[in-house]
Design a binder for this molecule. Structure first.
Ligand code: ADP
Ligand code: MG
Length: 240
């Protein structure tokens, strides 16, 4: 297996404040990797920095071995990485179909086929294709954001808390879709509050705390890890 994404010693932050103090992680081809950790640990900051939305102050980001450190997102996306932020991940005033077209803005060839594939993967969106994204339910909107990010066939997809604020039933079907996307060969770097679900679905996992790597290993081992169970799987320990 080869490494699709490798971030090494990432230092980043906002203004004077340093949030990430040298975080490293890697994602193998086709793998699903979870990043969990308490609120404020720097998970979103890490994804934004990897994707070029925040400056990398120290460290490197390699995509398929190519150095993409501090390249702008619109360049990174052409090289095989897509990002679904936690919020504001669709254009609410544009239609579903227009949102998908925007996802493919740099590649007009094969647009029809790629639109068809998106609707095949997310049949619920088909009936809504002419509706504004702002009219969709929370779950449908997350599906649209995923579909949009897939329009350029990324090698690796970064997802920031896709299940946040969804009903339990929607969470299940969303994770099912994410699994489906992963099985078609797209590697996924998944940041989740829903730690148990994320670990159950992933092969590898990282625990981030206070802007540093805290633990890492096989996701199944972290599920069994006492510290992880106590700190991050807390409230739902009993319904396992
Ligand atoms: N735009 C911002 N400006 C300043 N500080 C921020 C900004 N976004 C996040 N932070 C701070 O960075 C730290 C990490 O936040 P974040 O990466 O969102 O953590 P997580 O996603 O793990 O909850 C927090 O202390 C947060 O307050
Ligand atoms: Mg976050």
């Amino acid at each position: 297996m080869s490494i699709v994404l490798q971030a090494t010693g990432i230092v980043a932050g906002y203004g004077e404040v340093e949030i990430l103090h040298g975080v490293s992680l890697s994602v193998q081809e086709g793998e699903m990797v979870a990043v969990i950790g308490p609120n404020g640990a720097g998970k979103s900051t890490l994804l934004k920095t990897i994707f070029g939305l925040l400056p990398v102050r120290e460290g490197t980001v390699l995509l398929r071995g190519e150095d993409v450190t501090n390249q702008p997102p619109d360049r990174i996306v052409t090289k095989g990485m897509s990002f679904v932020p936690q919020t504001e991940n669709v254009f609410p005033s544009l239609s579903v179909n227009e949102n998908l077209e925007m996802g493919a803005f740099i590649r007009r060839d094969g647009l029809r086929e790629r639109l068809e594939r998106a609707y095949d993967l997310f049949p619920d969106l088909t009936a809504r294709r002419g509706d504004r994204a702002g009219q969709l339910s929370g779950g449908q909107r997350q599906m649209l954001a995923l579909a949009r990010a897939l329009m350029l066939d990324p090698d690796v997809l970064l997802l920031d808390e896709p299940s946040a604020s969804l009903s339990p039933k929607m969470v299940d079907s969303l994770f099912e879709k994410i699994g489906e996307i992963n099985r078609t060969g797209t590697a996924i770097l998944l940041v989740e509050q829903n730690a148990r679900e994320a670990l159950a679905k992933s092969q590898q996992a990282y625990v981030l705390a206070m802007g540093e790597n805290r633990l890492e290993g096989k996701a199944a081992d972290l599920l069994d890890n006492e510290e992880v169970a106590k700190l991050y799987l807390g409230s739902d320990l009993n319904d396992a």
